[in-house]
Design a protein around this ligand. Structure first.
Ligand code: NDP
Length: 276
């Protein structure tokens, strides 16, 4: 039976560390969260981020715009927040409603306040390894690996998913840690033939049940990034958890794995932005 990589417990530890650092620094970090339109999942995430901030002594400022507010209004708000001294991090909750260019919006955020690390300047820095901020989800994965003494160096890591916010930066961070990395996506034929080679397998797709036990090498480390909402309201990842836990050496649960780590890294990034 696999060892469970407890993201919830580690995230609580990171949060305590951030709270201590905020208290001793004398700084009041400020995080602005912008939500556009009504999206129940986004609302849950935004509320959770506000709660996390409160627990750590970080001031949170929420800006809720109607879906039809328009991109010009959103860009104007971002420009105001870029100029505010009490706002150190700016986060626009994605996805945006139709009619907004996510790329234009992200690029409007000052790179120094881009705590999601999605701005081109930060993406470039992540590519070369000279980063200020790391994107929250892939950084959360790296932190959980490190905490459990799992060193990617020399390992074959397979990342399933190639999005700009998870798959691609995840592959880069593993590469920086000297792994041999393969990235799979929807056009990859015979996915199982590749995932079975993985010493560390990261699933970041968004399809419940995609990764079955026969696709996992015995004693592999399995990281499930996905959050899939089922019809009964429960959430699960991409990995067929119970069966894969019989094969893997380590596994992250969903919920309680990478989700809480992502939120914890956001707090750390906000503190870092304040210290800048
Ligand atoms: P995207 O939809 O942007 O990307 C999904 C990726 O999966 C794409 O690269 C796609 O390939 C690939 N894919 C789709 N179907 C298959 C398939 N059958 N086989 C192999 N690859 C496939 O999603 P995100 O990267 O934004 O998110 C991925 C998951 O992670 C989601 O469940 C999301 O909810 C979750 N997530 C969790 C976070 C957390 O805090 N834990 C944070 C962010 C995301 P292609 O490029 O060819 O289309």
């Amino acid at each position: 039976m696999a060892i469970i990589l407890d993201g919830k417990a580690l995230a609580a530890q990171v949060k305590r560390e951030v709270a201590e650092q905020v208290a001793t620094s004398g700084l009041v970090p400020g995080l602005a969260v912008i939500i556009v339109g009504e999206n129940s999942a986004s609302r849950i995430y935004v509320n959770a981020k506000k709660k996390d901030c409160e627990a750590c002594g970080i001031a949170s400022f929420e800006f809720a715009l109607d879906a039809d507010a328009g991109e010009a209004k959103l860009l104007e708000l971002i420009a105001e927040l870029n100029a505010r001294d009490d706002v150190h991090g700016i986060l626009v909750q994605l996805p945006l409603p139709a009619g907004y260019s996510e790329q234009a919006v992200i690029q409007a955020i000052s790179p120094k306040k881009d705590v999601d690390a999605f701005h081109f300047e930060n993406v470039g820095k992540i590519t070369t390894g000279d980063f200020i901020f790391l994107p929250c989800t892939p950084a959360g994965v790296m932190e959980i690996l490190e905490h459990y003494g799992i060193d990617p160096a020399g390992k074959h890591c397979v990342v399933v998913g190639r999005s700009n916010i998870v798959g691609k930066p995840q592959a880069l961070l593993l590469l920086h840690k000297h792994a041999t990395v393969t990235i799979c996506h929807s056009r990859t034929p015979d996915l199982g033939a590749i995932t079975r080679q993985a010493d560390i397998l990261v699933a970041a797709v968004g399809k419940a049940g995609l990764i079955t036990a026969d696709m996992v090498k015995p004693d592999a480390v399995v990281i499930d990034v996905a959050i899939n909402r089922m019809d009964d309201g429960k959430i699960c990842g991409d990995v067929d958890y119970d069966a894969v836990a019989e094969v893997a050496s380590h596994i992250t649960p969903v919920p309680g794995g990478i989700g809480p780590m992502t939120r914890a890294v956001l707090l750390r990034n906000t503190l870092k932005a304040t210290q800048l």
